[in-house]
Design a protein around this ligand. Sequence first.
Ligand SMILES: [Zn+2]
Length: 134
Amino acid sequence: MRDTDRALVQAATAVAKLRCRSENHTVAAAARTADGRVFTGVNVYHFTGGPCAEVVAIGAAATQGETELETIVAVGDRGRGVIAPCGRCRQVLRDYFPSVRVIVGPADALRAVPVAELLPETYVWADHQLGPQF
Ligand SMILES: [Zn+2]
């Protein structure tokens, strides 16, 4: 963990504490670009499948024109600490940012790992876009 990784966890923790105050928003994410810009987001719970905080943070970055993220972390509300990304987010992160680092692990042993390590032997959507056959 770099100092910037610890700062990213702190940013997500602050957003979780400040903004996750209902059952609709229970997780916050923070993502950092290579040049140090940080984008945050909270999940948008809905029974139809509202987006996780990581996806909202990706959208917040894209809204500001950032399309490359270096590191991302999600933190739960009510002091739950760092939460590993769900399967869907792992796939999204892998497809959008193949080299992104994801902060995972228990509070006393946080580490930043390449997303590929969280999704071994994965389906890579881009590898299967063959175009028209006829
Ligand atoms: Zn997710």
